[in-house]
Write a protein that binds this ligand. Sequence first.
Ligand SMILES: Cc1cc2nc3c(=O)[nH]c(=O)nc-3n(C[C@H](O)[C@H](O)[C@H](O)COP(=O)(O)OP(=O)(O)OC[C@H]3O[C@@H](n4cnc5c(N)ncnc54)[C@H](O)[C@@H]3O)c2cc1C
Length: 92
Amino acid sequence: MLTQIEHAKLMMLRAAWEKDRGREYVAAASFAKLFAGELSHRVVNEALQIHGGYGFMDEYPISRMYRDQKINEIGEGTNEVQRLILARLMGL
Ligand SMILES: Cc1cc2nc3c(=O)[nH]c(=O)nc-3n(C[C@H](O)[C@H](O)[C@H](O)COP(=O)(O)OP(=O)(O)OC[C@H]3O[C@@H](n4cnc5c(N)ncnc54)[C@H](O)[C@@H]3O)c2cc1C
């Protein structure tokens, strides 16, 4: 999980690096947003599974993280919208 989170961070930094240099960054930003959003779902789902039944209880922070994660795939451009942006940039 940490390996993939590091991957997502590097994608985000790549997009920021392109923007800081005044270069085209929309594709890099969309790749990073899509990857990180979908990854957050996989990671939090796996983390909850490790907790077993406790992961389902409100007393455990992972239960709240599981619910909160979804905004990463909806806010500031949904996964579908990121795919549309990338498809257009590829001329599809
Ligand atoms: C907690 C929370 C905080 C928010 N904060 C803000 C904020 O601060 N500022 C702000 O501006 N907005 C905010 N939003 C709104 C958020 O940006 C929108 O919910 C998001 O952009 C999706 O828009 P929608 O809800 O109108 O869904 P819709 O546009 O109705 O889309 C519904 C579903 O259909 C998919 N879809 C839509 N069009 C297509 C298409 N052409 N092809 C394929 N799939 C498609 C979408 O990806 C989505 O899964 C917030 C939302 C939430 C839940």
